[in-house]
Design a protein around this ligand. Structure first.
Ligand code: NDP
Ligand code: 8X3
Length: 251
C-alpha cells in the first residue's frame, strides 16, 4: 500500500506486530518508542522491506513529541495513517490503595500522550485526508475491579476518538478505534512492574489474542476503501466474554 503510517509504541506487542505487518504490505513507516535499542533493531529489520524512520521519544513529554515530529525528514513528513497505540496499565489496585504515580503514568501516557501525538500530526493527516486509529480497550467500554484509573484513561480514548471524528468530519479524515480484550504482550509485565510470573498467569488457561491478530485487524481497517470508516471495533478472544468473564478451562 502506497501510504505512510506512524505507529506509536512500536517497540513491543501490538505496535511492533503492526509495524511488521505494515512493512510487509509495503507501507512507509515511522516507528516510535522509548527503548532505543529495540527501535533500532526493528528499523534495521524492517528496512529490508520498506523505508523506515525511527523516532525515540516519551509521549508524556510534550516538547519532545513536538520536536521529534517536527524533525521528520521531508520524505517521512507526509503521514497518512496514525496508529495511536503507545500505552499501558500501571498497577492493579483498589482506588483507596492506588499509587498516585501509577495514576499519573496512565493519564499522562494513555490520554495526554495520545493527544500530543495527534495534535502534532493533524496538519499532515488533514492535508492527506488521512486516518487515525486509536487503540482503546475493552476497558474503554467497561470498568472492572481494581482497574478504575486504567479504565478511565481508556474511556477517555473512546471519547477522544468520537470527538476527533466529529471535528475532523468536514476534513475527510477517517477516525476510529480498535478495542482489544486480553492480548498476550508485555502489557501485564508492565502492569505488574516486571513480575513475569504474575504477568504470565494472566494469560494461562485460555487462548488470549496475540499481537499478530491485532496487526491483521489494523491492516484490514486501514486498507478499506476511502469511503469506509470502521469507527469502533471491539475484538475478543474466543474465551473472553467481558473484562471479568474469561473461560479459563484449558490445562
Ligand atoms: P506492550 O507493553 O507490549 O507495548 C506498549 C508499547 O507502548 C511499547 O512499545 C512501549 O514502548 C509504548 N509506550 C509505553 N509507554 C510509553 C511512553 N511513555 N512513551 C512512548 N511509548 C510508550 O503492550 P501492548 O502492545 O499490549 O499495548 C499496546 C496498546 O494496546 C496500549 O495502548 C494498551 O493499553 C492497549 N491494549 C492492550 C491490551 C492487552 O491485553 N495487551 C488490551 C487492550 C488494549 P517503550 O516502552 O519502548 O516506550
Ligand atoms: C487491557 C485490557 O482487561 O487486560 O486493555 O486490562 S485488560
Amino acid at each position: 500500500m502506497n501510504k505512510t503510517a506512524f505507529v506509536s509504541g512500536a517497540t513491543s506487542g501490538i505496535g511492533q506486530a503492526t509495524a511488521r505487518r505494515f512493512a510487509k504490505e509495503g507501507m512507509k513507516l515511522v516507528i516510535c518508542g522509548r527503548r532505543l535499542e529495540r527501535l533500532q533493531a526493528l528499523e534495521e529489520e524492517l528496512s529490508k522491506l520498506t523505508e523506515v524512520h525511527s523516532l525515540n521519544f516519551d509521549v508524556r513529554n510534550k516538547k519532545s513529541v513536538e520536536n521529534s515530529i517536527a524533525s521528520l525528514p521531508e520524505e517521512f513528513s507526509n503521514i497518512d495513517i496514525l496508529i495511536n497505540n503507545a500505552g499501558n496499565a500501571h498497577g492493579l489496585d483498589p482506588m483507596q490503595e492506588g499509587d498516585i504515580s501509577d495514576w499519573d503514568a496512565m493519564i499522562d501516557i494513555n490520554v495526554k500522550g495520545l493527544l500530543y501525538v495527534s495534535k502534532a500530526l493533524l496538519p499532515s493527516l488533514i492535508r492527506n485526508k488521512g486516518q487515525i486509529i486509536n487503540i482503546g480497550s475493552t476497558a474503554a467500554k467497561e470498568v472492572y475491579p481494581n482497574g478504575g484509573v486504567y479504565c478511565a484513561s481508556k474511556h477517555a480514548v473512546d471519547a477522544l476518538t468520537i470527538g476527533l471524528r466529529i471535528d475532523l468530519n468536514k476534513e475527510g479524515v477517517r477516525v476510529g478505534a480498535v478495542h482489544p480484550g486480553m492480548v498476550e504482550t508485555e502489557f501485564s509485565e508492565v502492569r505488574f512492574k516486571g513480575d513475569r510470573d504474575k504477568a504470565s498467569k494472566v494469560y494461562q488457561g485460555f487462548r488470549p489474542l496475540q499481537a499478530d491478530d491485532l496487526a491483521d485487524i489494523l491492516y484490514f481497517v486501514c486498507s478499506r476503501p476511502y469511503h469506509v470508516n470502521i469507527a469502533d471495533l471491539v475484538v475478543l478472544s474466543i474465551d473472553q466474554a467481558s473484562s471479568t468473564i474469561v473461560n479459563k478451562n484449558l490445562n
